[in-house]
Design a protein around this ligand. Structure first.
Ligand code: AR6
Length: 169
């Protein structure tokens, strides 16, 4: 069983093996959590990102964490919300699934997720939380994984309260 822990705070401060970034398809930085991660990790992160050739929506790619406490960053690209009939839900699900795949390949024990797509990309927060918890609760039942704990790090109070309600805490 993998433990799922809800927190409110800044994901760049997390002392975990990997943090997940909500990036864009260029992987060359931006605002929101992406901007905060690049600012905290330092310029060597951008240099490594330039070698990756971008990342399609729903997929995930790994870099080192540089000046972050986290050893790795798993960059995923959430869907931009365009009304809900453009495969947004499946793509958001893929972000969580593919980030977990990368974590398994790295054979790490702890990972922290932000609330992918719920900022600049405007995915409705309640629905995004339901999708994230659906994937993570399913994954938590797995026995053949090195992962021991998954942290859900909410930056804004609204997301934190949505997750608290959905997790009955
Ligand atoms: N720690 C944890 N969560 C954070 C932090 C932080 N330091 N800062 C913001 N959040 P967003 P998106 C939360 O906009 O919607 C970027 O420009 C925030 O409250 O960062 O996937 C990229 O380059 C929200 O709940 O990502 C892309 O162009 C969540 O992170 C685009 O934004 C996601 O908000 C991606 O948009």
């Amino acid at each position: 069983m993998v433990k799922i822990t809800l927190l409110q705070g800044d994901i760049t401060r997390m002392e975990v093996d990997a943090i997940v970034n909500a990036a864009n398809t260029t992987l060359l930085g931006g605002g929101g959590v992406d901007g905060a991660i690049h600012a905290a990790a330092g310029p060597d992160l951008l240099a490594e990102c330039r070698t990756l050739g971008g990342c399609p929506t729903g997929e995930a790619k790994v870099t080192r964490g540089y000046r972050l406490p986290a050893r790795y960053i798993i960059h995923t690209v959430g869907p931009i919300w365009r009304g809900g009939h453009n495969n947004e839900e499946m793509l958001l699900r893929s972000c969580y699934e593919n980030a977990l795949k990368r974590a398994e390949e790295l054979q790490i024990e702890t990972i922290a997720f932000p609330n992918i797509s719920t900022g600049v990309y405007a995915f409705p927060k309640q629905r995004a939380a339901e999708i994230a918890l659906d994937v993570l609760n399913q994954y938590a039942k797995k026995k053949d994984t090195t992962l021991k704990e998954i942290f859900l790090v909410c930056f804004d109070l609204e997301n934190y309260q949505i997750y608290k309600r959905l997790m009955n805490i």
